[in-house]
Design a protein around this ligand. Structure first.
Ligand SMILES: [Zn+2]
Length: 414
């Protein structure tokens, strides 16, 4: 045990020195001025002051790391068990970081996990989860970082031996910008393929022809998303499309909407990681009464999808056929599902999708009266206007089609 600790101490001393030496070239800044009492003082710097500060603090950091190594050597010599605890490495700490990056901290000693997690802060605040590789390494996986945002991360906590973390404990990074809006607003109509997906899975029953026609395999789905990325497509949400047609914003080049009906669990387990890897937006139409049932997303999964940049739309309370429902029943389906999702997410839910595409003009009118901005059908088409926003058409991806057929459908519609 002692041998392991000593081995690590040597390595840490080197890592701190090498880290300090590399600092200038990597744009690395120690923001904590390490004082004699090892109490960091936070300094806010303007970009102009930063270079001067980097030079000063790098020197300070090198000096302090050397003194820490000396302290450790003394501790080791006296056989003391109180080995100082440092952050050996942190990332990211540069610019233009992709918004799907994880924040990773490597500590010099095994850490008390809860003390680290409760002390961790990222500002501006962002939802995410903690994943420990082992007691030395913690990843904070943000559901989604903001684009073109400066983040400050800070961590404290203590080792398993109860020694508080010392040395530099905060750092900054900033994220890459979103794809630029190049399609100028103001058009009356725009061609945007709205693709319809249901299950992203290997159909479990090969004799279930209905299920087969609703299932895109994870491999096919990943290949389709790769194709969209390689060909310069930019997934947007239906709310983005609505805002564009109102003339309030532009759109990125080659816009496409990826929509997922019914709120199946495999949207969360299979589609979402693939979408996140590309920084792709999408729309998930959730049946509010099915949330938490077998095969469907749980409330926590719906909330995480929302925090990951997925627009959550309503697909009624019980997947009801609104075309045959009474006016009162249809109104209840539209408003109760909206309220349920808004309470779950904490913000307005403005997009809707008709179950099985069943809609009448009276139902479409109700959708607008209930406060939705837009609604999609199962009818084929890809040209959309503000006037037909409660009857937007889509392209169905049934599953099993070869990639070139998928590519032809998307190209033909955009
Ligand atoms: Zn449906």
């Amino acid at each position: 045990m002692i041998g392991r600790v000593l081995g690590r101490v040597d390595r840490i001393g080197m890592a701190v020195l090498v880290g300090a030496l590399l600092a200038g070239s990597a744009g690395f800044t120690f923001h904590d001025q390490v004082s004699a009492a090892a109490v960091p003082t936070r300094i806010l710097v303007s970009p102009d002051e930063r270079i001067a500060l980097q030079t000063q603090t790098r020197t300070a950091a090198m000096t302090s790391s050397v003194s820490h190594v000396n302290t450790r050597a003394a501790e080791s010599a006296s056989g003391s068990a109180r080995v100082a605890v440092y952050l050996e490495a942190t990332e990211p700490r540069t610019s233009e970081i992709p918004v799907n990056s994880a924040v990773v901290m490597t500590f010099s000693q095994p850490m008390n996990r809860s003390s680290v997690e409760t002390s961790f802060t990222i500002s501006p605040a962002v939802d995410g989860r903690f994943v420990w590789s082992d007691d030395f390494t913690l990843r904070f996986e943000a559901f989604k970082l903001g684009h073109a945002t400066g983040y400050q991360v800070e961590v404290h906590g203590r080792s398993l031996r109860g020694v508080p973390l010392s040395g530099s404990r905060w750092w900054t990074f900033n994220t890459a910008a979103a794809p630029p809006d190049v399609v100028a607003p103001g058009a009356y109509a725009i061609n945007v393929p709205i693709l319809t997906y249901h299950y992203i899975r290997v159909n479990p029953d090969r004799y279930d022809r209905m299920g087969f026609a609703l299932s895109v395999t994870p491999a096919d789905f990943a290949a389709q998303m790769d194709w969209l990325a390689e060909n310069g497509y930019h997934p947007i949400t239906t709310e983005d499309l609505h805002t564009y047609l109102q003339g309030a914003r532009g759109l990125p080049s080659r816009p496409v909407v990826l929509s997922f009906d019914d709120g199946y669990a495999d949207f969360y387990t299979t589609a979402l990681p693939i979408l996140r890897s590309h920084d792709f937006k999408a729309v998930a139409y959730v049946v509010s009464g099915f949330v938490g049932q077998a095969r469907y997303m749980t409330a926590a999964q719906v909330r995480e999808a929302d925090r990951s940049g997925i627009e959550i739309g309503s697909h009624t309370v019980s997947h009801a056929n609104l075309a045959t429902a009474s006016s009162a029943a249809s109104w209840a389906q539209l408003t109760e599902s909206k309220q349920f999702l808004e309470r779950l997410l904490g913000h307005p839910v403005v997009s809707f999708c008709y179950p099985s595409g069943k809609v009448t003009s009276a139902v479409a009118w109700q959708v607008g009266a209930a406060g939705y901005h837009d609604a999609t059908t199962t009818r084929f088409g890809y040209s959309h206007t503000l006037g037909d926003r409660y009857l937007w058409t889509r392209l169905r991806i049934s599953g099993g089609e070869p990639l070139d057929q998928f590519a032809m459908a998307v190209r033909g519609a955009s």
